[in-house]
Design a protein around this ligand. Structure first.
Ligand SMILES: N[C@@H](CCC(=O)N[C@@H](CS)C(=O)NCC(=O)O)C(=O)O
Length: 128
């Protein structure tokens, strides 16, 4: 049997899409190795990380050599590839469509506005 490398996740806890992926991995119990990338130190611009994601953004996963970026794509990939409880991403097409609807909606609404607050109130004041 071919050996399988553990799934690696690159993230920064300051990043909301990173937290979404990390919480999902931890809560579902999907085996993974956590690889922090310190955005405040510019680690996303290192040559090694840029090879994984030329856009220099977290999160990124590497699943047995398969590299995937974009939190929503990652969440859907993990939910369909791994054997996890149905409620996360139901097979029923209408229930699944409601999950997809939220994930499509949140980028330009909740996340967009929350990230503006974060940048103005936390990042620019460097209070961490
Ligand atoms: N659409 C992407 C957004 C990824 C993203 O914007 N990540 C930010 C942190 S929230 C980042 O890595 N920024 C680093 C940079 O721009 O230098 C996703 O959902 O994964």
């Amino acid at each position: 049997m071919a050996s399988r490398l553990p799934l690696r996740v690159y993230f920064d806890l300051l990043s909301q899409p990173s937290r979404a992926v990390l919480i999902f991995l931890r809560r579902t119990g999907i085996p993974h190795v956590e690889k922090p990338v310190a955005l405040r130190k510019g680690e996303q611009r290192s040559p090694e990380f840029t090879k994984l994601n030329p856009n220099q953004k977290v999160p990124v996963i590497v699943d047995n050599g398969f590299v995937l970026t974009e939190s929503v794509a990652i969440l859907k990939y993990l939910a369909t590839k791994y054997d996890i409880p149905q409620f996360w991403y139901p097979v029923d097409s209408m229930q699944r469509a409601k999950v997809d609807e939220y994930m499509a909606w949140q980028h330009a609404t909740v996340r967009y506005h929350a990230s503006k607050v974060f940048i103005l109130e936390v990042w620019t004041k460097k209070s961490f």
